[in-house]
Design a protein around this ligand. Structure first.
Ligand code: ADP
Length: 741
């Protein structure tokens, strides 16, 4: 019986699968591409095998059979190598360059040997058999590929036992099984040409298990569906947490507003109004947080970089945190490295936001004790790596919660946080901002003892010399009598708020609710300043501005009012021709700055400023030597100057401190002797704050301990440690007297 039937069978079936496969709509990726090659090679190989065997039946062993056999060998090696590549990709999911090089080199060797080595053809009554070195080489090459596949498979299964049942590995199992069968059968019936059939069979199994285009398409659709569902779920979670967070302050606003409406007296109404303001600020904070996080996540937040005064920035942050601390029994220590450059280049708004977020948390989650801010820097080439560390003696964070801290809307230790307002957005935003600045954030915390958040961010060093900010030096007694201001906003409430803030400067205020009205009013009146809302129906503020500027005689400054407080918006509005930018809700200070800039008596102010600056400079020079004396004596004068601004202010406060200190010591001693811990705590608290202001850190630390203990009514501690406090106080007084003399 001829041995042509199996190759014919293989040819017909592989032809059929190939037609079906290529006619179906398929996913296009590396796996399907390789499978396509496997199918085509299978058709070619079985066709060559059929031709060889047909020729053998018809003509015995013509020499063309030798050539066809060599082509058959090349096809078999190629098929094995493609299957190997397929399996490798299946297991590792990467198109590995090293594996590709190995395949090419190994194939070239295989091709070369199978073409150049000898082979014999045995034809017994049309049953063709091929022996010799060449077919052996093919079997060895194919065998090595099979062994490698088994090895990869074994490693993958050892790594993860579940892979044993992975449907993707079925073709390899069948290949292994069939290869073993073939080896046995070849021993018993060498004339049986099984190879084409085995190749076809593996391809067929692949088709029905992992390469069926329909199944693949469904798998891909499922993945797409899962991704869409995940995104949808995230969006719903986001919306539900957002509405929950927003509803809390909103309820408060509605509730307190009703109370104002029903109030019997002005006093009562004012009290409720204060609560409305607090809730409104919280709401604003939440909305800003949500805006920030969604902008960051959408990749729309860009860092707006420019030169800035880092020391001034730190000063602003410190002032703000002191206000946040308020009456809380918290000591705030600041330590700023001396080598910190004056000017840096970076996104100062977001640097500030990072610091404020960390410090605000420290204040929120610490009931008593101490908060410290440490700022250091490492300079390399043009980069200044800022290392900001915020430490507190607060409630601390459980180890298992640390990983959750940076997830948005995630608040931890909720049982203890119920009375503390928060959105769970602060740290998520902080982390994203830090990453955008090429930095990182590290948390160290001991539950019940305190936490330390350390942030490292890259800023660029700058040689720029910054002008002193005009905002700081403005005349606070601004009188705008006789000046005419037009407010344009489609929202009546916004107009009312702007009027309320403006009224104390006595300008003449006019208002209207649309761009068209604004154009009419400008035709009939001469205004000194226009506050123009941008987002208005019918005609936007930007369009109104264009129309106003059509008149060549129009030279009134126009300030855009907008709720679009995204980073970079200010620059955009200024480039459109607006003279200034005010974000809504209007901040009093910013409005004041603008009013002063365009309507204030700037000349006088500026000469005053220059006079003041000159005086401060002279004073500073005068005291330089003495400051060094204080530094030598361990006084933290740098942090004091950060807080107090200049040496003359420092000296003034210092003199005041010395003038009253004896009286304070007497009172403290009396309170201690009478065990009057209540008054002792109050006095030692004020001594602590003054000492900290003046840079007497050690004394302030001692006072803090006394404050805490006296609040606990621990008279024994106070009695036993009073001498330590007095000794340090006398030590400081010695230094101070020396300095003032
Ligand atoms: P929140 O608005 O709730 O303060 P954050 O993202 O800033 O949101 O912080 C997430 C959570 O991390 C907080 O709810 C709080 O439980 C915890 N946390 C943050 N900072 C501190 C800290 N300094 N001490 C203790 N817990 C903190």
């Amino acid at each position: 019986m001829s041995n042509i039937y199996l190759p014919i069978c293989a040819f017909l079936i592989s032809f059929l699968i190939t037609i079906v496969y290529f006619n179906k709509k398929r996913i296009k990726n590396l796996e399907t591409k390789i499978y396509g090659y496997l199918l085509i090679i299978n058709i070619l190989e079985s066709l060559v095998a059929c031709t060889v065997l047909s020729l053998a039946i018809m003509y015995g062993t013509p020499s063309i059979i030798l050539l066809l056999n060599r082509i058959d060998f090349i096809l078999i090696i190629t098929w094995c190598s493609f299957l190997f590549k397929y399996i490798h990709y299946l297991i590792y999911n990467v198109d590995n360059r090293k594996a590709n090089i190995f395949i090419i080199v190994f194939n070239v060797i295989g091709y070369f040997l199978s073409i150049t080595t000898g082979m014999n053809l045995v034809n017994e009554n049309g049953v063709m058999n091929c022996t010799g070195m060449a077919p052996t080489v093919v079997f060895i090459v194919a065998g090595i590929y099979v062994i490698l596949m088994i090895l990869y498979l074994a490693i993958s299964i050892l790594k993860n036992k579940n892979n044993l049942h992975n449907k993707k590995y079925y073709p390899i199992y069948s290949l292994i099984f069939l290869s073993v069968c073939m080896l046995i059968i070849r021993q018993i019936m060498p004339e049986l040409t099984l190879l084409s059939f085995i190749i076809m069979y593996v391809n067929l199994i692949m088709y029905f298990t992992i390469e069926n285009p329909d199944v693949k398409m469904i798998e891909q659709l499922n993945i797409a569906k899962d991704t869409a569902e995940k995104a949808n779920r995230a969006k719903s979670d986001f919306l539900s947490s957002m509405s929950h967070e927003i509803r809390t302050p909103l309820n408060a606003i509605v509730g307190f507003s009703e109370c104002i409406d029903n109030a019997d007296s002005l006093e009562e109404a004012k009290d409720n109004a204060k609560d409305v303001i607090t809730a409104s600020n919280t709401l604003l904070e939440i909305v800003n947080g949500i805006l920030d996080i969604s902008k960051i996540e959408a990749g729309k937040l860009e860092l707006v970089e420019n030169d800035y005064d880092i020391k001034k920035l730190l000063n602003d942050v410190i002032k703000l945190i002191r206000v946040r601390i308020g009456d809380k029994p918290l000591d705030f220590k600041v330590n700023i490295a001396e080598d910190l450059p004056q000017v840096l280049y970076g996104d100062h708004t977001n640097v500030k936001k990072i610091m404020i977020n960390l410090l605000t948390n420290a204040v929120k989650y610490t009931d008593q004790g101490c908060i410290s801010l440490d700022v250091k820097c490492v300079k390399t080439n043009q980069i200044c790596r800022l290392i900001v560390s915020v430490k507190d003696t607060g409630r601390g964070i459980k180890k298992e919660d640390i990983a959750k801290l940076f997830t948005k809307f995630q608040r931890v230790d909720e049982d203890r946080n119920t009375t503390i307002e928060g959105t769970g957005l602060g740290l998520a935003i902080t982390k994203q901002l830090v990453q955008m600045m090429n930095g990182n954030i590290v948390v160290n915390s001991v539950y019940g003892e305190g936490s330390e958040f350390t942030v490292a961010i890259d800023q660029r060093l700058s040689l720029a010399k910054l002008e002193p900010e005009k905002e700081e030096n403005v005349n606070t007694n601004l009188d705008l009598t006789g000046k005419k201001i037009l407010i344009v906003d489609d929202n009546k409430l916004n107009i009312k708020v702007a009027e309320k803030i403006l009224i104390k400067y006595n300008p003449t205020i006019d208002s209207c609710e649309s761009g068209l009205e604004c154009l009419e009013k400008v035709k009939l009146n001469n205004y000194d300043l226009i506050l123009l809302d941008d987002m208005m129906p019918k005609m936007k503020g930007s369009e109104v501005l264009v129309k106003l500027k059509d008149n060549p005689n129009f030279n009134t400054p126009v300030i855009v009012l907008t709720a679009n407080a995204i980073n970079g918006m200010e620059e955009q509005y200024l480039s459109k021709g607006f003279n200034g930018y005010l974000a809504k809700p209007i901040e009093k200070d910013k409005l004041f700055y603008i009013l002063n800039k365009y309507l204030g008596n700037n000349k006088n102010n500026i000469s005053n400023i220059e006079d003041k600056t000159a005086a401060v400079t002279t004073n500073n020079n005068f005291n330089r030597k003495d400051i060094n004396y204080l530094k030598e004596k361990g006084i933290n004068i740098n942090s004091s100057l950060e807080l107090l601004g200049d040496v003359s202010t420092y000296n003034e406060i210092l003199k005041e401190y010395v003038n009253v200190i004896n009286e304070k010591i007497t009172n403290l001693t009396n309170f201690k002797n009478n065990n009057d811990m209540e008054n002792y705590a109050i006095l030692v608290h004020s001594l602590k704050s003054e000492s900290r202001y003046l840079g007497f850190d050690k004394l302030a630390d001692i006072c803090l301990q006394h404050e805490l203990k006296s609040k606990e009514n621990d008279t024994i501690y106070v009695q036993n440690n009073f001498d330590i406090l007095l000794t340090e106080l006398n030590n400081i007084l010695e230094i101070v007297k020396q300095y003032l003399n």
